[in-house]
Ligand binder design. Structure first.
Ligand SMILES: *Cc1c(COP(=O)(O)O)cnc(C)c1O
Length: 401
């Protein structure tokens, strides 16, 4: 599944080029760096790979979400709709912008249900963040149709689906902006890192300046003399990460091709299991195949099937136990737990009504999770390992027959 599996001599070579100059910072040091600009080059190649005009590298996927929202002008009291199945980072970034996360249900695509999205739009909705979970596309055409009808910008959280497409077009290029993560378990990794892509020059400039303390990046001035249009922050990526990103990006298509092959073999074996259904992937060709998600008719059957798989050393992940990615398990959100002395962002004082997030607010998402099993698909899987997984599936099929 992740880029760490393919970390090798290409990454080391890239890192050495940076170490040879000693310039770890993406800006400045024009003479010392001998023309080496790894982060800028990574941005350029990433934009070309996605088929978009601009890419802005940042320090993490969470930072990418935060910077994208800043670029859109998201403000305290605004509502931002995302989905009840995502990593906590998505709504942490919304809360950090002072905005209120609103959670839409997922369906069997394991991503945002476009009908529930439309029901959750209010006069305060200022952005929509669909999340392309587990390597495959959301119903991005239907989601964009709802967003466009209401004139609300979309930020695609593509952290888990780098390289994926929908009908031949890269994910992340449908909305006003797309964000990516290169953390240690993502499809390509830079250790920590993220990217924002867009075709909109104004949004790109906002991202570029906001992520670097407001520096206007005037090419004719020394950095110390640059101007500022607004207050920013520091979410910069460093040269070592940019260097690793270049080596990893060059391997992305090969990673995806290998995963697709492994996934197809395991999926074919699962098709013989009684009562088995698969995640509804809106465009299977666009899947990066980092995961294989499937359902059994109910929770107890899913658990029994997985116990049998585990007894044959091929256990899947039972998502009914997942605590980091599903709304019903986020006790710190439900409890309004915050370090802020005033209770912000749950208690909003004069900035608006308090907000709360009841545990049972997304029953359909929870029901989908109770029946869900997921195989992570590795990049490297030898013939022996594949055979042992296939025979484990055959044995476990007996439990549900
Ligand atoms: C990993 C992830 C992020 C955050 O990325 P980091 O680089 O770890 O900050 C955001 N959204 C989703 C869906 C993720 O899986």
């Amino acid at each position: 599944m992740p880029g760490f599996e393919v970390f090798g001599k290409e990454e080391k070579q890239q890192i050495l080029e940076v170490l040879d100059t000693g310039v770890l910072f993406r800006y400045e040091f024009a003479e010392k760096r001998q023309g080496i600009y790894k982060v800028a080059e990574f941005e350029k190649q990433f934009a070309a790979y996605c088929g978009c005009r601009y890419a802005q590298a940042v320090s993490s996927g969470t930072a990418a979400l935060r910077v994208a929202m800043a670029a859109l002008g998201i403000s305290p009291g605004d509502e931002v709709i995302t989905q009840g199945f995502t990593f906590v980072a998505t709504w942490e970034a919304i809360l950090d912008a002072g905005a209120v996360p609103v959670f839409a249900e997922i369906d069997e695509s394991l991503t945002m249900d476009p009908k529930d999205l439309e029901e959750k739009i209010t006069s305060r909705t200022r952005a929509i963040i669909p999340v392309h979970m587990l390597g495959a596309p959301a119903r991005i055409d239907a989601i964009m149709a709802v967003a466009d009808k209401h004139g609300i910008p979309v930020i695609e959280d593509t952290a888990q689906a780098c390289g994926a497409t929908f009908k031949g077009r890269r994910l992340g290029t449908f909305g006003a902006m797309g964000i990516f993560s290169f953390d240690p378990v993502k499809t390509i990794t830079t250790g920590e890192g993220g990217m924002i892509i867009t075709d909109d020059e104004g949004l790109y400039r906002n991202c570029s300046e906001y992520h670097d303390h407001g520096h206007d990046h005037n090419p004719d001035l020394d950095r110390g003399l640059e101007g500022r249009r607004f207050i920013g922050f520091n979410y910069r990526m460093g040269e070592l990460q940019g260097a690793i990103g270049l080596a990893q990006l060059a391997k992305l298509d090969d990673i995806i091709a290998r995963q697709k092959e492994h996934k197809a073999a395991i999926r074919a074996a699962l098709e013989n299991v009684k009562g088995m259904t698969f995640r509804d992937v809106p465009d299977p060709n666009g899947d990066t195949a980092t995961f294989l998600a499937f359902f059994l008719p109910d929770g107890p059957t899913a658990k029994a099937f997985n116990t049998a798989l585990s007894e044959h050393q091929a256990g899947a992940i039972y998502f009914g136990n997942n605590t980091w990615h599903v709304y019903s398990k986020w006790e710190h959100l439900h409890g309004g737990l915050t370090l802020c002395r005033t209770g912000w962002p749950f208690k909003r004082g004069e900035l608006g009504p308090n907000v709360s997030f009841p545990t049972d607010a997304l029953p359909r998402t929870r029901a989908v999770f109770d029946r869900l099993l997921v195989f992570p698909i590795p990049v490297h899987m030898d013939a022996d390992r594949r055979r042992s997984i296939l025979s484990a599936i055959e044995a476990a099929a007996g439990v549900v027959a």
